[in-house]
Design a binder for this molecule. Structure first.
Ligand code: NAP
Length: 223
């Protein structure tokens, strides 16, 4: 039995990943803040849901405990929850950056911290959903700064846990057509299922393989 916890599994990439992994036979636990969105996913998919904010450590440990109580193990954590304020250092609302910073940086760190004991037992995997914005700079983009931190978190985590038999993969998507974008996505875009396929591929690597960094853009995305 393979058990996977996905943060932010009630929409977009996280939800598509839950669908893919269920098809593969994983047992899946998903989190998210909005209970109605989670209820819709629970109605459509055979997943366990845990309502909570990834910036609240107790709710992250509750999600790990849900997996352990239900299935007795945890094999993978996909730290996916995140959002962008879609503004810049010149025009943004500084108060909105706080939540973005906490969700995008502290959230995945909490997910790793909470899941590590179980992953150490299962010799499992961590997947961090970063961004092309975390390997390229764009003008005045604080979201990009948070995703550079995720890139660093991936390598810091890898160095810590590789001796424990745990794999760490940073998946850095380019533009993906999801509710992440406030309006219609402009320019070429991947589907959420494209990235779900990449996550599925990373999780399905042979046990001895540690796949570290995958950047995935739609053809036609130049930056
Ligand atoms: N779409 C893109 O073009 C793109 C490109 C590169 C990287 N990414 C990254 O991919 C990841 C998934 O984004 P997406 O495109 O799938 O967006 P999405 O459709 O908006 O999904 C985001 C998910 O994260 C959850 N979430 C957000 N903040 C949370 C928090 N503090 N605590 C718990 N759950 C939270 C959301 O549910 P609630 O709001 O109900 O909590 C939702 O389930 C993000 O990390 C994003 O930065 C996206």
């Amino acid at each position: 039995m393979t058990v996977t916890l996905i943060t932010g599994g009630s929409s977009g990439i996280g939800e598509a990943t839950a669908r893919r992994l269920l098809d593969r036979g994983h047992r899946v636990v998903v989190t998210g803040r909005d209970e109605d969105r989670l209820a819709r996913v629970a109605k459509e998919l055979d997943v366990l849901t845990v309502a909570g904010d990834t910036t609240d450590y107790e709710s992250v440990t509750a999600a790990v405990d849900t997996a352990l109580n239900a299935y007795g193990r945890l094999d993978n954590v996909v730290a996916n929850a995140g959002f962008a304020t879609h503004d810049t250092l010149a025009d943004g609302d500084p108060e909105r950056w706080r939540g973005m910073l906490l969700t995008n940086v502290l959230g995945p760190a909490y997910a790793v911290r909470a899941a590590l004991p179980a992953l150490r037992e299962s010799r499992g995997r961590v997947v961090l959903v970063g961004s092309v914005a975390g390997v390229k700079n764009t003008p005045g983009n604080i979201y990009s700064v948070t995703k550079w931190a995720v890139t660093a978190l991936a390598e810091n985590t890898r160095m810590l846990v590789t001796g424990w038999g745990i794999g760490v993969t940073l998946i850095a998507p380019g533009r993906v057509d999801t509710p992440f974008w406030p309006g219609p996505v402009s320019g070429p875009a991947l589907s959420a299922d494209d990235i779900a396929g990449t996550i599925d591929w990373a999780l399905g690597q042979p046990p001895e393989v540690d796949l570290n960094t995958v950047v995935v853009r739609p053809k036609g995305q130049a930056v």
